[in-house]
Design a protein around this ligand. Sequence first.
Ligand code: FA5
Length: 342
Amino acid sequence: MKILVQLNRIREEYKESLEKVRTTAELNDWKASYLGKNGKLSVILSALKELSLEEKKAAGSSANEIKNEIEKFYASYLKKLASESYLKKIEKIGDPTLPSVFLLKGHPHPLYKTMREIIGIFVGFGFDIALGPEMEDEYHNFTALNFPESHPAKEMQDTFYVNSPSGLLLRTHTSPVQIRVMANSSPPLKFIAPGRVYRHEAVDASHSCVFHQVEGFCVDKTANLSDLKSILEIFVCRFFKKKLKIRFRPSFFPFTEPSVEVDVECLMCGSAGCRVCKNSGYLEMLGAGMVHPNVLKNCGINPEEFQGYAFGLGVERFAMLKYNIDDMRLFYQNDIRFLRQF
Ligand code: FA5
């Protein structure tokens, strides 16, 4: 019987053709080529009606057997393909049932932490916060701050000029923010100005060419040197959470008169002398003084009526002393073994 021969051929062939199937789409095509509307088996099944009852019985049962086998193979192959594609995905992403890899959690940089702490203490003392640009002009960075034309800080060796003819430069300190605030508002004023500053100078354990300062200034009718001294003493005590030896040294800044430099005992060596404090037992932490009358005048404030104090502290130096870091360069090297300790 011709139909039985055809059925036998299908039976021999469908498993072989299944071996070539690689994807679900190919598997669907494979099934359709036998059981689809015009599939090989469907065509045979529709021709059964032409046969005698006996022949119909024999061919029909054989055709149904083949149909069931194809359905069974289809279902199990579909499962196999699905699990293969799952395994491929797993290979790509790794086994999700394994314990997770230890992921480092980020945290604030020690300088940022120090800056935040310093700001917090001064805000607690009633200081507002002002910000200024890092790219400044000569007027705000030097002239209005009473720097004489020939001051060495204005030399190219000390200042990074952005574009010399236009007089733009990277600010060498946060003091220009004093000018910007005083020129735009009237006393009483009590501000801090945190930020990054730049100096064209040699880098060593306690000097960087990019570092951070927090400027502070207070202008009103009575602000005086004694207020400045107590504010700084209380600040140092709060920041280090203990009373440290502080030294006020007479100094010079064009924008303050009188001027002082404030040193704090070196905790690195317990004041015995080390490379960080250059064997002096003290670390220079900030500059300060009473705002020079010329600076007030430059900002339209009458020095006969108002007076004020100002200071500018080095954030890196405070962080070094607090965390016992003997080299400032560690802050900028992004060595995870260092940063992880904070
Ligand atoms: C000034 O910059 C003044 N503008 C500070 C000031 C403000 C004085 C208001 C009076 C009134 P000085 O150059 O000393 O001053 O720097 C202030 C502090 O910044 C220093 O005490 C030190 O802590 C820090 N500092 C200075 N140079 C560097 C540097 N190269 N690297 C890191 N920190 C520095």
